[in-house]
Ligand binder design. Structure first.
Ligand code: FES
Length: 207
């Protein structure tokens, strides 16, 4: 059974958001992927082929688009998909140690799901919250920031009991009037975005 066979109105709605052209049809690839992943937790080879056929492209192109975004999964994930930022700022603040702790505690490697179906893990690139490094995202739900050893242990303990702690920030992250982020605890973190240096205006001429 194909996923979209009985969802023609949904497919028509998605395609109506884009120009009626071959390029427009290919632009619908991302929302179609999101639709499948939200329903099934990942996008299988079968679904890639189905989406490719809808968009007038190849399964290889679908896979290549998916590979660019860590948000799409080609293999099943656990009920709690833990994504640890491994880019420079988080690495400097201890994301390697955080990662080691997770895979040791959960006994799960990337691409695997723990035997109880609860956990999967993934290293991801910068999640755009470098001022609160090291940070982790659970599912698509939100950001867990400044995750040191004690906080990591608390989060895992809660998840083992299927009690997902509230994230420090829901996505998209809210910035307060003074241009800063605040953790769920009320702690103000990172620097302000309001005092940033403006780049000089381009004066014209060749660049
Ligand atoms: S380096 Fe980790 S959020 Fe940017």
């Amino acid at each position: 059974m194909t996923y979209f066979a009985d969802k023609q109105p949904l497919v028509a709605d998605i395609f109506s958001r884009y120009p009626d052209s071959p390029q427009g049809r290919r632009s619908a690839l991302m929302p179609l992927l999101r639709e499948v992943q939200d329903a099934e937790g990942f996008v299988s080879e079968l679904r890639m082929a189905e989406i490719a056929s809808l968009c007038g492209t190849t399964a290889t192109e679908v896979r290549s688009v998916m590979s660019f975004y860590s948000t799409y999964h080609t293999v099943p994930t656990g009920r709690y998909h833990l994504q640890v930022c491994s880019t420079l700022m988080c690495a400097l603040k201890g994301s390697d140690e955080l990662w080691d702790e997770l895979v040791t505690q959960l006994d799960v490697q990337p691409g695997e799901v723990s035997p109880d179906g609860r956990f999967s893990v993934q290293k991801v690139e910068c999640l755009g919250s470098c001022g609160t490094a090291p940070m982790m995202q659970i599912n698509d739900d939100g950001y867990y920031e400044n995750v040191g050893p004690a906080k990591c242990a608390r989060i895992l303990e809660s998840l083992r009991h299927d009690l997902q702690p509230l994230p420090d920030n829901l996505v998209p992250v809210t910035i307060t009037a003074d241009g800063r982020q605040t953790l769920a605890s009320g702690e103000v973190v990172g620097t302000s975005i309001t005092g940033l240096t403006r780049l000089p205006e381009h004066a014209g001429g060749d660049v």
